[in-house]
Write a protein that binds this ligand. Sequence first.
Ligand code: SAJ
Length: 423
Amino acid sequence: MSKKKFRRISVIGLGYIGLPTAAMFASRKIEVVGVDVNPDAVSTINEGRIHIVEPDLDMVVGAAVKEGYLRAVIIPEPAEAFLIAVPTPFQGDDHEPDLSYVKAASRAIAPVLKAGNLVILESTSPVGATEAMADWLAEARPDLSFPQQEGAASDIRIAHCPERVLPGKVMQELITNDRVIGGMTSVCSERAVALYRTFVTGDCVVASGPRVAEMAKLTENSFRDVNIAFANELSMICSELQIDVWELIQLANRHPRVQVLQPGPGVGGHCIAVDPWFIVSSAPDSSKLIKTARIVNDLKPHWVLNKFDQMLADLLQSEPSRTARDVTVACYGVAFKPDIDDLRESPALNIVSILAGRFPGKLLVVEPNLEDQDQPAIGHANFTDLKSAYAKADIHLMLVDHREFLATEPPAGRILDTRGVWA
Ligand code: SAJ
């Protein structure tokens, strides 16, 4: 086992994963240099504040900056270990992975690399990305040797160690989750294990290489996506067959080997709705189920909007004196999942913004987790509280099962409950 302690670590990309990771190393009294291309993020962090929302992160960052263990910069500086945690989105209708941020990060750290350094790719990546990163680094630094050239004897150690933390529980899961460590050689893996051991109490499981580690992360999120798609498909079947899907799932889950997940208005966030496409794009002919699950989950918000239209048509038919213009609609929740304020790829936000365009001045939104209610994406919607939404709306659309909603009695009026809160 590699014993030499790390004195200076650099984290490239100070977003939802990079900043908590940087703060965690710094909280263990290791000097951390965080690097980000966004000057606002850099200055916010250097003031001991944070630019993203994650429980307890502000405290840890504030303390780390104050004690001098964490600082942020735009241009990378030398360090003993570099962790790359930049976005890996997809591009185009084919959902092809976009590794441009990883490439840019590799180019940025290459000039300051030294023999003995460890470079870890943490971003969720398509199979082969770590090897591509190693090639970009080697291209930029022909004076150093890399694992793909010299194996265990190389100057630079490279590994893929995918992040696996749940937004909302990052500060806890960073410590307790097991880590998958996919070094390009066993020396690379050993050094990466030594690095994570500074704060990880879960197991550091060494994989046979970076490709299987990359695939492990993609598999975890695809597993969840496929299972959510199953629940979403059941909800559509049940609606057709006039069966209560929530009761159905409760009954089926009484079987000792069945654990159906919960349907919703679709799958949001920046991980589960993205990562399965990396598998599909690498092996399109063999990943039919994974692709179909993506399509099922992506179609769910449209299905919800269709259901809403049927409900509106019923209302107008039963009250012929009214038109759609004087119908008030209340939407409960816009975040991509319960008890957070994160709107990224949120199916609820997607539905709310479409309805806001259709019901100008008549769309009420209740979102207890959003402090800044000036949301351009929501346009003409009016933020309000639960009581007033209950009193004013004709149609109530439950979109996110935030804890504030769980204890509530169903409102009077027509209800479209995509989360089973009032079921
Ligand atoms: N959802 C449902 N029904 C369910 C569970 C989830 O509709 O039964 C929806 C949520 O409402 C949300 C979406 O799925 O819109 C994703 O939420 P999530 O809580 O399943 O996952 P994320 O995106 O917050 O985090 C996932 C996690 N992966 C797994 O649980 C396998 C996390 O551990 C990963 O680190 C993270 O992706 C990531 O960064 O990749």
